[in-house]
Design a binder for this molecule. Sequence first.
Ligand code: FES
Length: 195
Amino acid sequence: MADTHKVRFEPVGIEIEADEDETVLDAAFRQGVMLIHGCKEGQCSACKSFLLDGDLQMGRYSTFALPDFEKDEGYVLLCRSHVYSDTEIELVNYDEDMIRSGLPVTTVQTEVAQLTDLTHDISLVRLKLPADSGFRFHPGQYVDITIPGTDEHRSFSMANLSAAEGMLESRSARAMSRMIGLMEATWSPTFWSTS
Ligand code: FES
């Protein structure tokens, strides 16, 4: 099992724990710390930050996002960064209110409550949350729906207020909704919902 290390973000003074096998950005999301980001693939530089201290190594990234001279100065891309010691990082782009408003990633199992075609290419999908799941989300967040035992997953935006009536509601491309119907018929679905 991979070791875990502390990561401290300055100047906001927020600390998280990161496993060696997850990126710093993913570790932050997992713990409800909403860092500014874009592509999550080392292509856009939105997550660019400055390494103050610690053993940090980056996976593959575009030198358009982080030119060599910036890397040599100490800049890093958090979406590509893994830490191998306790680490201190200075955020370059940040909004402290946004950082602190995050919700930790949670996983819940839901049931398909409704699947209705609204137009020729849009369907309504309603997923029932377990009682007292405590699942919440902010406008603009999405859920990842995963088929158990496979790598299949799709992201859905919610169309209702935060988990109102214990439901997640989405208006989706009909093809994607059909996928849910197929999952229901075939796999007795588990929906992994990520806020
Ligand atoms: S989020 Fe785009 S480079 Fe990190």
